[in-house]
Every structure is written in C-alpha cells, then in structure tokens.
Design a protein around this ligand. Structure first.
Ligand code: PHE
Length: 355
C-alpha cells in the first residue's frame, strides 16, 4: 500500500465513523462536541488533512480534492443534523408547553355566606313578602330602649348584672336614657321603629341582629342572633299573629310544618306565647335535640303591651300590635339539621363548606 492509499483509507474510515456519529447525535451539545472533535484546531479531520502535505507533490491535487469533499460532507452533515435536532427540540417544547385554550379557567376560591346569614336572609325574604320592611337598631343600647320602654321595670330580674353586659359611659346629654348596655334582645328596635314612624300606620317591620346575654354553655352563647317582628295597626289580633307565624314555618320547613303556641310571659306582650316547631330531627318522636318532647322552641311572641305602644307614641285605645322575636341559631339548626350550636361559631371550613 502506498502512502497515499494508506492516507485515503484512513480518511475513508474517518468519514464513515463521522457519518455514523453524526447520525447518532441526539443533542445540539453532542453535535458541538463532534464538531470540535472533527473540525477543531486539533480535530481528527483537521489533523488528517494536514498530513496531506506529506504526500508526493503529484499526488496532492487528487488527494486534496478528496479531502475537500470529505470535509464538505462532514460540514454539511453537521449543519443538517443540527437543523433536525433543533426542529425536533422545538416540536417537543411546543408539545410540552402546549396550552389547551378550551380548558375552563381555574376559579379563585371564593367565600360564601355563613349559614346564619343564609337563614337570616331567608327569614327577611319571607317577612318582606308578607309586607314587612327591614329596620335596624344599635347593638350598644340604652336601658330605656332595652328595658324601660319595653315595660321591664327596674326591679325585673332580667336587668340584673348577671344577665346583661353593661358598657361604660352614658348616652348623649340630649338622650338621658339610663346606662348603656349590649342589647339583650332585638325588641328595643320595636320602640325605635314606632318612634321613627311618628304615629303613622301601619308599623310593619322586622329587625335582624346580634344580641348579648351573660350565659355561656353547650346550648347558650353569650352572643346570638334574633329576628324581631312588629306589626301595629288598627284591628291587629292574635289570629294575625298565629297566621303569620304558621305561614313563616311553612315557608321555611314545607307545607306540613306544624307550630305550637304555649302560654308564656314577657313584660312587653300580653298575652304572650312561646312558639315551638315540630322537631325535624325525629319527626316529633322525641330525641336528644328536642329533649324528648318532639317540639323545639324557636321564638317568643305576643300582643304588644299597651305600655309599649304608649312608649312608641301610639294610642293603645286606637291601635293594637303583634310582636315576635325569633332565635336565628335555633332556626338555622332546624333548617340545616345541625345538632350542635357551637358548630355555628367555630369557623371550621369542613362544616361551613357544606352550605
Ligand atoms: N324579646 C324576647 C326574647 O328575647 C322575644 C320576644 C319578642 C317576645 C317579641 C315577645 C315579643 O326572648
């Protein structure tokens, strides 16, 4: 074998290895390493081509032409393989990063009303449909509105310190109405509602809100909610009271919901009643929640006491009134079949998310 034949054989072998390696290259980086390895300053092909100078002068042109073809072929393969790899990489990236524009968007988490708010709204809607307008009063109330005007005399047990939260300070000088306290019921809004209407008829309001009492056990919270109703007009009777409350129960619990009125006493109504609704937990059979009776008390009611009408500016000889105060927690528990009142205050999302 002549020196030229030997050189050409090495060049051919190198070209074959280069083709195989280039075809097998899988990444831009691998390709770059191959380029350096073949065509770099100390690259295999570069060194081989340099040996061309050692051949005889008359052999160089033919050998040189071959060398140039091999180099051109390697350069072209590098270029082509590079394009292939880059195209494949781009395709893979597009596929991986593909956005399905038909997918529904992710909704940010959103709060919703507390069950107590839901039943309050439901109750407001029921009474609104019966013609009642929503009224409001302050949670920090004076003794006059909370007690006196409601015919609760100074020596009434409800006024003792253990029942009410008193607040330091007094109402403004223009309103000399006793000490301040957190209202113990929503009934002071009856007085505020009547006074605001300045003897106009009818007075037909409901007032929802927080009330405060100094007790705290499994079934009592020091803060709870009431919805107060008041209707004052000529000729209002106990039958109206019963009819309104029965309709209220039917709207909340369905057409078969039964209510029961028991004689009771409130200083601001005469006669007075406590109103029970058929226990939804046991269908009247008697259970722990209704303490075996089959009934659950949800509200106090009665015909507005003449002294209360007078305090509101109305003449009890001319008009009469009915009033009721509903415990919102009780209604919520019956509405949603919640057995423990404390669930309503704990803020446990596992509970709240069910509404
Ligand atoms: N205010 C009474 C209570 O808190 C409820 C009530 C309201 C009773 C209106 C009669 C009339 O218990």
């Amino acid at each position: 074998m002549t020196a030229r034949e030997l050189w050409e054989a090495r060049l051919a072998a190198l070209a074959t290895r280069a083709r195989t390696a280039l075809a097998a290259a899988q990444s831009v980086q691998e390709l770059e390493e191959l380029r350096v390895h073949l065509l770099g300053r100390k690259g295999e092909l570069t060194l081989t081509l340099r040996e061309l100078g050692q051949l005889a002068a008359d052999e160089r042109p033919a050998a040189g032409a071959l060398a140039n073809r091999v180099r051109a072929e390697v350069e072209q393969s590098l270029e082509e393989r590079g394009q292939e790899i880059r195209a494949r990489d781009l395709e893979q990236r597009l596929e991986a990063e593909a956005v399905d524009v038909t997918l529904p968007g992710r909704r940010p988490p959103r709060g919703h009303p507390h069950p107590l708010v839901l039943v309050r709204q439901e109750m407001e809607a029921i009474f609104a449909s019966l013609g009642f307008a929503v009224a409001e009063g302050p949670e920090v109330e004076s003794e006059w509105y909370n007690f006196e005007a409601l015919n609760i005399p100074a020596d009434h047990p409800a006024r003792e310190m253990q029942d009410s939260f008193y607040v330091e300070g007094h109402p403004g000088a223009d309103e000399p109405r006793g000490q301040l306290l957190l209202r113990t019921h929503t009934s002071p809004v009856q007085i505020r509602g009547m006074l605001a209407q300045q003897r106009a008829l009818p007075v037909r309001i409901i007032a929802a809100g927080r009330v405060y009492r100094r007790d705290d056990d499994a079934t009592h919270s020091p803060m709870f909610h009431q919805v107060e109703g008041l209707l004052v007009d000529r000729g209002v009777s106990f039958a109206h009271l019963k009819g309104i409350l029965a309709e209220f129960a039917r709207r909340l619990w369905g057409p078969r919901a039964a209510i029961r009125l028991r004689p009771s006493y409130f200083p601001f109504t005469e006669p007075s009643a406590e109103v029970d609704v058929w226990c939804v937990f046991c269908q009247g059979k008697g259970c722990r929640t209704c303490k075996g009776s089959g009934w659950i008390e949800i509200l106090g009611a009665g015909m507005v006491h003449p002294s209360v009408l007078l305090a509101g500016g109305y003449d009890p000889e001319e008009v009469s009134g009915l009033a009721f105060g509903v415990g919102v927690e009780r209604v919520a528990m019956l509405r949603y079949q919640i057995e423990d009142i404390r669930l309503l205050y704990e803020g446990d999302l596992r509970f709240l998310e069910q509404f």
